[in-house]
Design a protein around this ligand. Structure first.
Ligand SMILES: Cc1cc2nc3c(=O)[nH]c(=O)nc-3n(C[C@H](O)[C@H](O)[C@H](O)COP(=O)(O)OP(=O)(O)OC[C@H]3O[C@@H](n4cnc5c(N)ncnc54)[C@H](O)[C@@H]3O)c2cc1C
Length: 384
């Protein structure tokens, strides 16, 4: 297989490399490198710099800021961004609701929401999961009842990532309780400052606050905030989740951490052949994943995600978790010192290794759990 880039694509890669390593502020890139939590302001600044250069939403239609790049170029853009420790554009905006509005929204909705979504002037949250509707998402109960020119929304969402920063939330709501479960669901865009919206934090095992519960009590939403048609949102949700799954297989970021792990291991690589073999195996698997990712992008026609996005989600998150575990093992006993402060003699990466390991247990759950991805693969790819 030919892996070398053409002269034009190599030039494109150099342009991307130059941009990401010179235009995104160094302190933001340092925070990503050191696996520190980024502030809202840092994430907004980074995406706005990209958007100002036409590099935030290349996957969107060109009239809304997309770039008509080949799949290979989109891959290079994504890889170079991760290689330079640049935070990827906020997924809720760039790869979830943006493409859904561009594909299914009215012209007014596109004009109102797409420019501020690309520029992260609006921070979107994803209101899909509920306490009894995760893997079985179609069991969702959050209810929207039409009342004149408005819907009145009551119910609860959960696991809402970074909902504490959210300006707007794209919510799946039940509009027809009599219909077969998938057939009675609609998507509403809800201003999170509306009366009756309440965001409550959930504290995670690593001590961080990354997810929330969001409660809706008699929240009034104008009917023009309905995406597409009433009761048709299951199709829009499937479209969105397919994109999400491709996005949650961050090959470049995992490669970067693996390269760091090799540096941190230092002489252990020669002293411990089992460790060296484990790293080589992970490198090979990452290369195979990268080639699969390219294949999936190349075969995604009409903006519809390829069913193999489930393979990417499954394998990508398995490798991501394997690498976080490797870093804990390389850190050894120092990995237990996660409570030590910056004045500790232990290197920062050893102190961060356990919280990061714990945090990434989430990866095989969100975006549709890995067990559920196996079922999708069995049904849609293997035809079982
Ligand atoms: C850190 C984090 C961030 C998240 N962010 C968001 C967000 O921003 N917005 C949002 O809407 N949601 C979000 N989610 C929710 C996520 O999509 C759900 O957690 C996920 O879909 C699983 O649902 P559940 O947690 O209800 O688990 P359940 O569906 O109750 O599953 C429990 C276990 O049973 C297994 N299981 C369930 N059904 C099957 C089956 N049919 N076959 C085999 N095994 C099965 C699952 O794999 C899992 O191991 C987030 C989750 C996490 C952990």
């Amino acid at each position: 297989m030919q892996l070398a880039l053409s002269a034009e694509d190599a030039e494109f890669r150099d342009e991307m490399r130059e941009f990401f390593t010179t235009k995104i502020p160094q302190e933001i890139r340092d925070a990503v490198r050191d696996r520190r939590e980024l502030t809202r302001e840092q994430l907004v600044e980074s995406m706005q710099v990209m958007n100002a250069h036409g590099l935030a939403v290349p996957n969107w239609p060109t009239e809304w800021g997309g770039r008509d790049w080949s799949p290979l170029r989109r891959h290079i853009w994504h890889e170079e961004m991760q290689r330079a420790y640049v935070p990827v554009p906020l997924a809720f905006n760039a790869s979830m609701i943006g493409p859904v509005i561009a594909q299914f929204g009215s012209q007014e909705m596109k004009e109102k929401f797409l420019p501020p979504t690309a520029n992260l002037d609006i921070w979107w949250s994803q209101g899909f999961s509920e306490p009894d509707a995760g893997s079985d998402l179609a069991a969702l109960k959050c209810r929207a009842v039409r009342d004149g020119d408005e819907y009145v929304v009551n119910g609860q969402k959960t696991w809402t990532t970074l909902g504490q920063y959210g300006d707007w939330i794209f919510n799946l709501v039940r509009t027809d309780p009599e219909a077969k479960k998938q057939a009675g669901i609609s998507m509403l865009l809800i201003d999170m400052t509306s009366p009756g919206v309440e965001v409550r934090p959930i504290e995670l095992i690593d001590g961080g606050h990354e997810v929330n519960e969001v409660w809706f009590t008699d929240v009034r939403v104008p009917v023009e905030n309905l995406v597409g048609e009433e009761n048709r949102a299951w199709d829009y949700a499937k479209f969105l989740l397919g994109n999400e799954r491709v996005g949650v297989a961050p090959v470049g970021a995992t490669k970067r951490v693996l390269a760091q792990a090799k540096e941190w291991a230092g002489p252990m690589l020669e002293e411990d052949p089992l460790l060296a073999a484990r790293i080589v195996e992970l490198e090979n698997e990452l290369l195979a994943l990268e080639l699969t990712a390219l294949r999936v992008v190349a075969h995604s026609a009409d903006g519809k995600p390829h069913p193999a996005s489930s393979v990417l989600k499954l394998k990508g998150t398995e490798l991501q978790q394997a690498v976080t575990e490797l870093v804990v093992d390389v850190a050894g006993p120092a990995s237990l010192a996660s409570g030590a402060g910056d004045d500790s003699d232990l290197p920062w990466w050893t102190r961060r290794s356990t919280p990061v390991y714990l945090n990434f247990r989430k990866a095989s759950i969100y975006g549709g759990s890995n067990e559920v991805q196996r079922q999708i693969i069995a049904r849609t790819i293997l035809g079982l």
